[in-house]
Design a protein around this ligand. Structure first.
Ligand SMILES: [Fe+2]
Length: 250
């Protein structure tokens, strides 16, 4: 029997009530979150393996400043023509828990196009590909921890968690620190998305305030006249107000 949105929403509601009644505060993502069906089988079941940091340094990636071209932060200029959709800027600051800037950090993003389609062989749903949009970009944070991308607002897309399952529009973010083990992967969402309550990935952060930290703010100061709308999204790497991260990516 195919499960419906109603079935999944009932499970989300039950977990949410259980969390509210527990009186505890969770800052992170639940890796084992049954409404997100594939998390049941693929979440880690053992404690993280402790590595010798010195040994790891021999294998860690090295990101040279020269390898990241500033043009790579503009996802709208990677092809001969302009991509279709709402041009937007997303910018913010990466800090640690004390508000100190995380400087010269590699920030990578990937996302669906305006029609909600990824260029990936596993994404064959009948939305158009955009020949002028690949959906990947990267940049380095500056000396004050700021990053900035120009892109196209992604559309929501269907996935096969259950019947009629749709992901809220989102941009995937990856940040690398100075060590391989510091990599952080998460998703940024857009304010007021009607799919929030229905999405088991967004809801796998059971604390409402914590999942709210994944939602960007519309920022008219970032909006550029006659050019692009602007969204502000800050990322906090540590502490009780840190940005929730995920152990895996959808
Ligand atoms: Fe996605």
């Amino acid at each position: 029997m195919t499960e419906t949105q109603g079935d999944i929403s009932a499970e989300i509601e039950a977990i949410s009530k259980e969390y509210d009644a527990s009186g505890t505060v969770e800052h992170g993502v639940r890796l084992d979150y049954p409404p997100y069906r594939s998390s049941i089988l693929r979440h880690p079941t053992k404690a993280p393996f402790q590595l010798d940091p010195e040994e790891l340094e021999l294998w860690a990636p090295v990101f040279g400043q020269r390898d990241v071209d500033p043009l790579e932060s503009d996802l709208t200029i990677q092809h001969r023509g302009e991509p279709i959709g709402e041009r937007m800027v997303v910018a913010g600051r990466v800090t640690d828990g004390e508000g100190r800037p995380v400087r010269h950090q590699l920030v990578e993003i990937w996302q669906a196009n305006a029609g909600g389609r990824y260029i990936h062989q596993r994404d064959q749903h009948p939305a158009p590909l955009d020949p002028n949009f690949t959906g990947m970009g990267r940049c380095l944070t500056d000396g004050d921890g700021f990053y900035r991308f120009t892109t196209i607002k992604p559309g929501p897309y269907p996935w096969r968690n259950h019947q009629n399952a749709w992901r809220p529009a989102h941009i995937h973010f990856s940040l690398f620190g100075t060590e391989f083990t510091q990599r952080l992967i998460t998703q940024m969402y857009f304010p007021g998305d009607p799919l929030f309550a229905l999405d088991p990935i967004y809801q796998s952060i059971v604390d409402p305030a914590a999942r709210g930290r994944l939602v960007a703010t519309y920022d008219h100061d970032l909006t550029t006249p006659e050019w692009a709308t602007g969204y502000r999204w800050d990322i906090v790497l540590t502490g009780s107000h840190r940005t929730p991260v995920e152990g895996d990516v959808e």
